[in-house]
Design a protein around this ligand. Structure first.
Ligand code: G3P
Ligand code: CA
Length: 253
């Protein structure tokens, strides 16, 4: 059984906070947001990885730094020193002025002190060597048993399978293909992470995945109605931007 299915009692999904850390409380993918998710009652923290021009793994969602920092340009075109000099907090609130873009190593340092799981999404395309760099950092931090990798990209999924075979993988697809089990098995993924629309379109998907010993997770659900629909569908995990609201709602239900 996958880590998702074993985290909670049967029928209860794993809770994946922090979509980008707890972005309801602090700027996404910064250490305050990630620490907030680690301090919450959620099972997982989710974050996004990218490489700088000089090969440093940093945490950022968008391809460019424009939306979440005071700089501009593509992450892949900027050096780590250039990215490190940016303010990644003021856009969110003056309270977070001076917060910087973290490296994966910094995140892993904080994460090592927690008992949570992490869902590390490799954004875009990663070569075998680039995957190896990430896996080496995870292994060096001693957190490899609490890490799951995720990607939308088929080649990256294959490279994850080749270069980090022992770290579980999740494939992310906005819409499920006709045969979701075959998709997951192709990459030896433990689960597919998809949108609610996707499983509304294929009501048999959750059962088919469970029958094959695989998980089905949904992103990004931020309302009580969405959470209750997901529970009714029997999914194995819920990604949310609002971990504390999900907590409150679960306590009430
Ligand atoms: O958890 C899956 C989700 O993070 C994928 O979409 O764009 O928020 O990274 P995105
Ligand atoms: Ca993500």
């Amino acid at each position: 059984e996958s880590v998702f299915g074993t985290l909670r009692s049967p029928g209860q999904p794993a809770l994946i906070a922090g979509h980008r850390g707890d972005r309801s409380a602090a700027p996404e993918n910064t250490l305050p947001a990630l620490q907030g998710a680690l301090d919450s009652t959620m099972d997982f923290v989710e974050t996004d990885l990218q490489l700088t021009a000089d090969g440093v793994v940093v945490l950022m969602h968008d391809e460019t730094v424009d939306r979440t920092t005071d700089g501009s340009g593509a992450v892949a075109d900027l050096s780590y020193a250039q990215i490190r000099a940016l303010d990644a907090g003021t856009w969110y609130s003056p309270q977070f002025a001076g917060v910087t873009v973290p490296t994966l190593e910094e995140f892993l340092g904080v994460f090592a002190g927690s008992s949570k799981q992490a869902l590390l999404e490799l954004k875009g395309f990663w070569t075998v060597d680039q995957v190896r760099l990430v896996a080496n950092q995870v292994n060096a931090s001693g957190t490899q048993h609490r890490v799951t990798f995720a990607s939308f990209d088929f080649t990256t999924m294959m490279n994850l399978r080749t270069a980090a075979p022992s770290i579980p993988r999740v494939i992310i697809q906005r819409m499920l293909p006709a045969d979701p089990v075959a998709l997951a098995e192709h990459f030896r993924a433990i689960a597919i992470l998809t949108s609610p629309a996707s499983i509304e379109a294929d009501k048999t998907a959750v059962a088919a995945m469970h029958e094959a010993g695989l998980g089905l997770l949904l992103y990004t659900l931020n309302s009580r109605q969405r959470w209750s629909e997901a529970l009714a569908l029997g999914v194995d995990g819920i990604v949310t931007d609002k971990p504390s609201n999900l907590d409150e709602w679960l306590a009430e239900t």
